[in-house]
Write a protein that binds this ligand. Structure first.
Ligand SMILES: Nc1ncnc2c1ncn2[C@@H]1O[C@H](COP(=O)(O)OP(=O)(O)OP(=O)(O)O)[C@@H](O)[C@H]1O
Ligand SMILES: [Mg+2]
Length: 215
């Protein structure tokens, strides 16, 4: 199993968000998580990405117990293993599009302009590599974030509403790219979405509630 989450609980201060979340995801599996706004989907993904701490339970990825890693080890783990599409993009404003997409490869000391160009083309942004983020539309920015999450062929792909700003046709293109790239690298793909058509593509659909994940 690629990802094993056991009895995970998360509180902000004393305010509980979710508890008793248990989940195993195999390599190559595509899982969709739905749930109403504010139930904790982004918080759960942040925990899975070891970007935030959790209050109880454990997360193990490919045998690595994320809770046992310090901040530096977590950063290295993310750099190597993780692709994350943030709900709010987090594209770096002072880097151009190609530099944003190529950043994960640069951090791994594996720069690969051809790979960057092919990812830009895959998400429909060919020719926009030299633009700055401020010169892009919301949907184009979202696709920059997706290309960046995929470029280094991560083993774990976490995507938070990756089609939230896209028209149905572009959303379908982006979902094709996400699925194809995940399949090629045998990655586990976890998608948080309010989109029924995106969720319908998943091999498993789970609903997050305050008291756990319902399958
Ligand atoms: N840093 C924080 N400190 C305190 N509370 C937070 C923090 N981040 C989120 N929350 C609260 O935790 C709950 C879960 O937030 P989260 O962003 O995980 O929800 P979500 O399911 O992703 O919602 P949406 O579908 O709107 O994106 C919400 O009530 C939110 O207000
Ligand atoms: Mg969210």
């Amino acid at each position: 199993m690629s990802l094993v989450i056991s009895n995970l609980g998360k509180r902000y201060g004393t305010t509980p968000v979710f508890s008793h979340v248990s989940l195993t995801v195999a390599s190559g599996e595509f899982l969709a998580i739905v749930g109403e706004s504010g139930v904790g989907k982004s918080s759960l993904l942040n925990c899975m990405a070891a970007l935030d701490d959790w209050s109880e339970g454990s997360i193990v990825h490919d045998g690595v117990n994320l809770g046992a890693l310090d901040e530096v080890q977590r950063a290295h783990w993310r750099r190597e293993k993780l692709g994350f599409v943030f709900q709010a993009f987090h594209v770096l404003p002072h880097l151009d599009v190609a530099q944003n997409v190529g950043l994960p490869l640069l951090l791994l000391k594996r720069p690969d302009p051809a790979r960057v160009a092919s990812m830009l083309e895959a998400v429909g942004l060919a020719g926009l590599g030299e633009r700055l983020p401020a010169q892009l539309s919301g949907g184009q920015l979202q696709r920059v974030a997706i290309a960046r999450a995929l470029v280094h062929r991560p083993r774990l792909l976490l995507a938070d509403e990756p089609t939230g700003n896209l028209d149905p046709q572009t959303a379908a293109l982006v979902m094709d790219v996400l699925q194809q790239q995940a399949q090629e690298s045998g990655a586990s793909l976890l998608l948080v979405t309010h989109s029924e058509s995106a969720a319908a593509r998943a091999s498993r659909l789970l609903r997050l509630t305050a008291t756990g994940l319902i399958g």
